[in-house]
Design a protein around this ligand. Structure first.
Ligand code: MN
Length: 133
């Protein structure tokens, strides 16, 4: 059987920033099943702090969160050397037309509408993490 982790020495790290425990548990399960190392934060402020510590290969960012929302956290990341180039995917229930463009303007590389479908999350994460392999 082919291993999911092609190169365990370079295991990719994914930081999930999400305040809803049920969503967080689900996203951790899905991303973890792909063989990535998973970290989690419960709000934008914690997310930015952890991003600086871990320097993940991908960040999944909820938008509506207490303490610091995902857009503000994204603006902080973009203004911080060392983490500003980490790809960040927005996870949001804002499904209105025009929001995708607004999120992309803030620098998010992609957008996943909630409720998040497992295959959408896997495809979006792999698109960022497996390119060039
Ligand atoms: Mn939320």
């Amino acid at each position: 059987m082919e291993s999911i982790v092609q190169n365990p020495g370079k295991q990719r790290k994914v930081l999930i920033v999400e305040d809803n425990e049920m969503n967080l548990k689900l996203f951790r399960l899905i991303i973890g099943s792909l063989g990535y190392e998973v970290f989690s934060a419960r709000n934008g402020e914690e997310g930015v702090r952890m991003a600086k510590e871990i320097v993940p290969d991908l960040i999944l960012m909820d938008i509506q969160m207490p303490v610091m929302d995902g857009i503000t956290a994204m603006d902080n990341i973009k203004a911080t050397e060392g983490i500003k180039d980490i790809p960040v995917i927005a996870l949001t229930s804002y499904a209105m037309k025009g929001d995708r463009e607004r999120l992309l303007q803030h620098g998010f590389v992609d957008y996943i509408a909630k409720p998040v479908r497992k295959d959408s999350l896997i495809m979006a994460a792999k698109k960022v993490l497996e390119k060039g392999d």
